[in-house]
Design a protein around this ligand. Structure first.
Ligand SMILES: [Zn+2]
Length: 658
C-alpha cells in the first residue's frame, strides 16, 4: 500500500453538506489520503468519558467512497476547556513561573500525570474505535512535538520528573555535584530534592545543569510520544505511526524519535510566514532540512504538510510566485519524499490560521494554487510511482548532534554563532557544488562516506574521539573546526589534553590561543587569495599538519587558519574560523577532490539525484526568478520526453538514466 498525494483536512471547520463535494474534488485532483483530527478533541469528547466519533465516522465513509484513506492525529496538542477547568495544573509554566492559559494550542504539560490519564482514556477509546477500520491506515501522535517543551514547561510536575531523571543518571548527589561543577558560586547540593529546573535567576545558570535540562526535555517529549504510540499499537495494531517533524527544530532528538516511527514525515513551508521577502534564496536551507529528515530513518519519507499557498497567522508572508508551489513540492521529491500531503485543503474561515492558505481559497473555488498543484500532481505522479524507495548516492555526510547544538545554545561564545547556521556554511558549499549530502549521528556507521564534516565538536568523549580516529585511519576525509574538544560530556572544560582535546594528534595541530571576533571581520589567505571569515579565530601551531591557508590580519597574521593532516589511510582537515561562502567553496573543492558533481549549473539551479535498481533520476530545479540555461550529457533522458536548453523561472525538470 502506498500513496502519492494527500491533503490535510479539517471537516469540523465546514458544514456537513460540503463534505461530499470536498471528497469528490479531492479525488478529481488525485488525492488518495488525508490527515485529520489532530486538533479536535473537544469535538470527539465534549464531556469527560462521553465519546462522539459519529461525525468523523461519517467523513471517513464519505472519503472512502471516493477511494481516499486517512491518517488520524491524536488531538493532544489542544486539550479541551472542560479538562483545563477541572485540572488547571496541566497548563504549562515558563521559566518565570507563569502559567500559560487556554485559547491557543500546545497548552499542555507533557509530564503531568493527570493529563497522561486523560490522554490514556481518550487515545485508547479513539484507537479502539478505528482499530478495525481498514480506511484508517495510520496515526500521527500529537502535532509537531517539541513546539512547546524546552521553553516550557518548568512546572512542579516537570521538576519532579527532572529530579527522577537526574537520580537515575547520577545515582549519588556527590557525583552530580562533581559533574555539574557546583563548587562554583556555592551551588553544592546535599539532596536530589533540592534541585530545581533552571528557572529565571539573577545571572547565567550553571551550564552543566542547563545541558542536562535540555537532554531531559528531549527525553520527556520522546517518552510522551512513546506513551501514546504504545497505546495505539496495542489498541489498533497493524497501522503505521509517523510524526510531522519540523526540519532543524531542536527541542527533541529527531534521530531518537525516528526509532519509534515506521517512517518520518515533515512539514515543509519554504515561504514560511516569518520570511519577509519572497525572493530570499533559501533553497539550500530547505534542501538541508529535507536531507536531515531523510537521515532520520535513512529511507524515503512523507511530507505531512506541504505549503499550498500564502502562509501567515497575524502577519502574512509573500505569495508564492507562479511555479513555486510545484517547484517546492518537486524539491521534496528530489530529496527523497515518496508521498506529499498539501496543507491544507481549503483556507479556513476561523481561528488563528485563517491566513495559512490552502489549495482552495476561502470561497472554495479552485484558483491558481489549485491549478499549479494539480499540474504538479499530474506530471510528477507517474514519476514518483516509478521511483518509490529511491535514495540519493552516498558521498558526503555532515555529523549532526543535538548535544552539540544544545551546548552552543547555552554558550554561543559569539553572539551570532548558531549551530545550524554554522553547519549551513558547509552544507551550502556542498549544495552549490551539487554533491549529495546526508546527515549522520554519532552512533551511525560512517564508513560508506568519502567525506565526513563534523563542525563544532565542542563536547568530546573518548568514544567519539576513537570513532573519528578510526574513520580517518580507514581512509575517510574528515573536517573538524574550531571549539573542537573543549568540553567533556558534562559540559566541563577538559584539562588533561591540548586543544583540540582528544583529537589534536588526529589533526596534527595544537590550538594555543583563540580570538572571538566580536566587532571584527577576519581574513584568511589561500594561495594569495584573500577571503572573509567570521566570529572566531583559533590560533594554531602545527605538529604534523600542513598549512592550507593563513590568517591575513591581527597579531597572528601568517599563522595557520586551515590545515590538513595525513593520518592512516585518510586525512583530517581543521578549520580555525567560520568561513565566508567563497572560502567554504574553496575548502569544499579541496576536500571533495575526486567526487564528481552531479552536474554543472548556473547559480540558484539545484541538482539532486535518486537511485533505485540501477536506475538513476536527476532533478534540476530552478529556484531563481529568471530563465536559466541547462546542458546535460545526452545520456540523461528527460522524463517528460522534451529536450530543452533552458529552464523557465521556478521550474523543475527530471531526467532518467539506466
Ligand atoms: Zn510541566
Amino acid at each position: 500500500m502506498h500513496y502519492l498525494f494527500g491533503v490535510d483536512y479539517y471537516p469540523e471547520h465546514w458544514p456537513k453538506e460540503r463534505w461530499a463535494t470536498d471528497a469528490k474534488m479531492m479525488r478529481e485532483m488525485g488525492v488518495t489520503i488525508v490527515r485529520m483530527a489532530e486538533f479536535s478533541w473537544s469535538k470527539w469528547e465534549p464531556r469527560e468519558g462521553e465519546f462522539h466519533f459519529e461525525d468523523l465516522d461519517e467523513v471517513i465513509e464519505i472519503l472512502e467512497r471516493e477511494g481516499i484513506d486517512c491518517i488520524l492525529g491524536t488531538p493532544t496538542a489542544a486539550p479541551p476547556k472542560w479538562m483545563i477547568d477541572r485540572n488547571p495544573e496541566i497548563q504549562p509554566m515558563d521559566a518565570e513561573g507563569r502559567r500559560y492559559f487556554f485559547g491557543g494550542r500546545h497548552h499542555d504539560c507533557q509530564s503531568n500525570p493527570v493529563y497522561r490519564e486523560h490522554i490514556r482514556r481518550f487515545v485508547t477509546a479513539f484507537a479502539r474505535h478505528y482499530a478495525q477500520n481498514p480506511h484508517v491506515v495510520g496515526w500521527q501522535v500529537d502535532n509537531e512535538l517539541g513546539n512547546s517543551h524546552g521553553n516550557l514547561c518548568y512546572c512542579p510536575s516537570c521538576e519532579k520528573r527532572f529530579r527522577q531523571w537526574l537520580k537515575q543518571k547520577y545515582q549519588t548527589i556527590e557525583w552530580l555535584n562533581q559533574c555539574w561543577g557546583t563548587a562554583f558560586w556555592s551551588q553544592g547540593y546535599t539532596s536530589f530534592d533540592q534541585i530545581t529546573a533552571p528557572k529565571m535567576t539573577t545571572s547565567g545558570h550553571n551550564p552543566s545543569q542547563q545541558l542536562d535540562w535540555k537532554r531531559f526535555c528531549s527525553d520527556l517529549v520522546l517518552e510522551f510520544h512513546q506513551f501514546q504510540a504504545d497505546i495505539l499499537r496495542q489498541a489498533a495494531p497493524g497501522k503505521f505511526i509517523t510524526h510531522n517533524l519540523m526540519g532543524f527544530s531542536d527541542k527533541l532528538d529527531y534521530h531518537r524519535l525516528g526509532e519509534q516511527l515506521d517512517f518520518a514525515s515533515h512539514d515543509q513551508y519554504p515561504g514560511g510566514h516569518f520570511h519577509a521577502r519572497h525572493d530570499v534564496y533559501r533553497a539550500d536551507f530547505h534542501a538541508a532540512e529535507l536531507d536531515l529528515v531523510r537521515s532520520v530513518k535513512k529511507k524515503p519519507f512523507w511530507i505531512m504538510e506541504q505549503q499550498s499557498g500564502i502562509t501567515g497567522w497575524e502577519i502574512l508572508g509573500r505569495t508564492p510566485r507562479p511555479g513555486q508551489l510545484g517547484l517546492w513540492a518537486m524539491q521534496c521529491v528530489a530529496h527523497g519524499a515518496d508521498t506529499i500531503l498539501f496543507f491544507r485543503w481549503r483556507s479556513c474561515l476561523m481561528g488563528t490560521e485563517q491566513y495559512w492558505h490552502g489549495i482552495l481559497p476561502h470561497n472554495g473555488e479552485p484558483g491558481r494554487y489549485y491549478r499549479e498543484i494539480k499540474a504538479f500532481m499530474d506530471q510528477a505522479g507517474p514519476w514518483m510511482e516509478e521511483m518509490q524507495g529511491a535514495m540519493p548516492p552516498k558521498e558526503a555526510a555532515i555529523l549532526f548532534s543535538y548535544e552539540q547544538d544544545y551546548a552552543f545554545a547555552i554558550q554561543p561564545h559569539h553572539p551570532d554563532l548558531r549551530y545550524t547556521q554554522h553547519l549551513m556554511t558547509y552544507y551550502g558549499a556542498l549544495h552549490r557544488k551539487h554533491i549529495p549530502t546526508d546527515f549522520v549521528r554519532e552512533n551511525d556507521d560512517w564508513s560508506g562516506y568519502k567525506v565526513l564534516i563534523a563542525p563544532l565538536q565542542f563536547l568530546m568523549t573518548p568514544e567519539l574521539s576513537a570513532k573519528l580516529h578510526a574513520y580517518v585511519a580507514g581512509g575517510g576525509r574528515l573536517v573538524l573546526d574550531f571549539r573542537c574538544g573543549v568540553k567533556d560530556a558534562h559540559n566541563l572544560a577538559i584539562s588533561t589534553d591540548t586543544l583540540p582535546c582528544l583529537v589534536h594528534d588526529l589533526c596534527g595541530i595544537r590550538v594555543t590561543e583563540y580570538d572571538c571576533l566580536r566587532d571584527a571581520v577576519g581574513e584568511v589567505v589561500w594561495n594569495g587569495e584573500a577571503y572573509e571569515s567570521y566570529l572566531w579565530n583559533d590560533i594554531i601551531e602545527l605538529d604534523t599538519a600542513t598549512m592550507l591557508a593563513a590568517y591575513g590580519k591581527e597579531f597572528y597574521q601568517g599563522s595557520p587558519a586551515i590545515t590538513y593532516n595525513a593520518y592512516g589511510q585518510g586525512k583530517t582537515y581543521y578549520v580555525g574560523t567560520q568561513m565566508s561562502p567563497a572560502l567554504a567553496d574553496r575548502m569544499i573543492e579541496e576536500v571533495t577532490a575526486g567526487i564528481a558533481p552531479l552536474a554543472d549549473t548556473p547559480w540558484g539551479v539545484e541538482v539532486t539525484q535518486r537511485e533505485k535498481n540501477g536506475k538513476r533520476y536527476l532533478f534540476v530545479l530552478n529556484h531563481t526568478g529568471t530563465e536559466q540555461p541547462i546542458s546535460l550529457p545526452a545520456s540523461w533522458q528527460p522524463m517528460d520526453g522534451k529536450d530543452v536548453s533552458a529552464l523557465p523561472p521556478y521550474a523543475a525538470k527530471v531526467y532518467r538514466r539506466a
